[in-house]
Write a protein that binds this ligand. Structure first.
Ligand SMILES: Cc1cc2nc3c(=O)[nH]c(=O)nc-3n(C[C@H](O)[C@H](O)[C@H](O)COP(=O)(O)O)c2cc1C
Length: 249
């Protein structure tokens, strides 16, 4: 155990990978952990019903979307339409059905445990006030965490990445670690990152198909970002995405 600890301190990623092999090197008491459920509990200040997704807006062939997909870091100061935003939210992270009571999403998750949660910083979207929101996929609503202009707070937390300032909105994907941990124990951290990666490709492809641009950001100040989005302690901020109409450059 002492060796594992000193290896871990030197290189947590590699050591974690080794100790999370199946079968696990030591017994782990999964009874200790409880799945907190799939509906995030929080005292939201209100909710905005998004419009039904418009499949017609996503008519770009998959092959074209895949070849056009790229990271876009400059955006026009142009408002994103409500219908387009609603369509974007549904196709990146909506619920497409249920199996044995588990919500099934537009991306796969380990054990259908739905580890990712999606938060949105709204700056310039039609009919939605600026503020910090949570996407509720069960209701297809944006739930208000706090109203106001938080662009510079998100920008600071992103280590001053300028795309955050130009974006019409920024998406934060957090991993709800305990959902996956409740079933997979030490394996969970791998799976949470992998779940979030699948959602991330949805963000890129759906943005491309809707003629929007996006870029994924892994570089940010965790604690500041968690504070802006009011994440709970065991909700892990994992990836931030800016989204807007691409600037022609
Ligand atoms: C996990 C991850 C973290 C990333 N972090 C950042 C970031 O902090 N800032 C940024 O501008 N781009 C970031 N990127 C985008 C990459 O730089 C980009 O995907 C890469 O240069 C390839 O370009 P492409 O997406 O246009 O194909 C990140 C991408 C991934 C997958």
């Amino acid at each position: 155990m002492k060796d594992i600890l000193s290896d871990f301190l030197r290189d947590p990623g590699y050591t974690y990978h080794i100790v999370s092999k199946i079968p696990f090197p030591y017994e782990f008491d999964l009874e200790m952990r409880v799945n907190p459920g799939f509906e995030r509990e929080y005292n939201y200040l209100g909710a905005i019903k998004l419009s039904e997704p418009d499949r017609e807006l996503l008519s770009m062939p998959l092959g074209v979307a895949l070849s056009k997909r790229k990271s876009v870091r400059r955006y026009k100061m142009r408002r994103v339409e409500f219908k387009k935003f609603s369509t974007f939210m549904y196709y990146i992270a909506g619920i497409r059905g249920y199996k044995y009571g588990y919500p099934l999403r537009t991306y796969p998750t380990a054990g259908a445990l739905n580890s990712p949660e999606v938060f949105v910083h709204i700056d310039n979207v039609e009919s939605i006030d600026k503020g910090i929101y949570h996407y509720n996929p069960f209701e297809h609503t944006l739930e208000l965490i706090k109203p106001g202009d938080f662009k510079h707070d998100v920008y600071y937390a992103s280590l001053d990445q300028s795309q955050v300032l130009e974006a019409a909105f920024n998406i934060l994907v957090a991993g709800i670690y305990d959902r996956t941990y409740s079933k997979y124990g030490l394996r969970a951290y791998r799976y949470v990152l992998e779940d979030v990666g699948h959602l991330g490709q949805n963000i890129y492809l759906v943005a491309t198909a809707l003629d929007l641009g996006t870029v994924c950001m892994g570089a940010f100040r965790d604690d500041d970002l968690s504070r802006v989005f009011q994440l709970k302690e065991r909700e892990l901020p994992l990836l931030l995405y800016s989204v807007g109409y691409p600037e022609d450059i």
